[in-house]
Write a protein that binds this ligand. Structure first.
Ligand code: ATP
Ligand code: MG
Length: 158
């Protein structure tokens, strides 16, 4: 199932993330793609806030994954930018996280696209200036959660 909508500001994308975090279920994998500065980290930060994680999410610069506890569910924030392919990811044993109870949010997920689990919610972000187009694909239950979050954040459907 697919869905597309527009966020017209950084605050709107943060609100979207929060609404996702408030409603997302356990063991969910959210795959984020889009150019540098698209808003992937901002969305991940919002998701963590919605899960009631108090530590602000920042880009995992020296590691591939940062773990955040203390919220309704744990959140595992991946940035696979520096990996060459999924073999690197598997060699580091990182696919183990996909079986965890928490929520995995993966920036630059296209690098490991071939090993993303079934049921992954894929979100691609594109745009310039302050406007970002979100295009998502995934199972019906997760697209429904994303749709409700986009409504709550006042995003414009296209
Ligand atoms: N509608 C919008 N949604 C998201 N970010 C926006 C929007 N409008 C402007 N911005 C700005 O775009 C930037 C997004 O940065 P962010 O670090 O989230 O991108 P990223 O996709 O994680 O980049 P990178 O690939 O470098 O990790 C922020 O500076 C934010 O303020
Ligand atoms: Mg980022």
């Amino acid at each position: 199932m697919k869905i597309s909508f527009i966020s017209s500001s950084a605050d709107m994308t943060l609100a979207l993330g929060k609404a996702i975090g408030e409603t997302i279920g356990p063991a969910t994998v959210i795959a984020l793609d889009g150019q540098l500065g698209a808003g992937k980290t901002l969305l991940a930060r919002g998701i963590a806030m919605g899960l009631n994680v108090t530590t602000p999410v920042s880009s995992p610069t020296f590691t591939i994954v940062n773990e955040y506890e203390g919220g309704r569910l744990k959140i595992y924030h991946f940035d696979t930018y520096r990996l060459s392919d999924s073999e690197d990811f598997l060699a580091a044993g990182l696919d183990e996280y996909f079986g965890y109870e928490g929520v995995c949010v993966i920036e630059w997920s296209n690098i490991i696209d071939d090993i993303l689990p079934e049921g992954t919610l894929r979100i691609n972000i594109e745009g310039r200036s302050d406007e970002r187009t979100f295009e998502a694909d995934g199972p019906e239950d997760k697209i429904k959660i994303l749709k409700n979050a986009a409504v709550k954040a006042d995003c414009k459907f296209i």
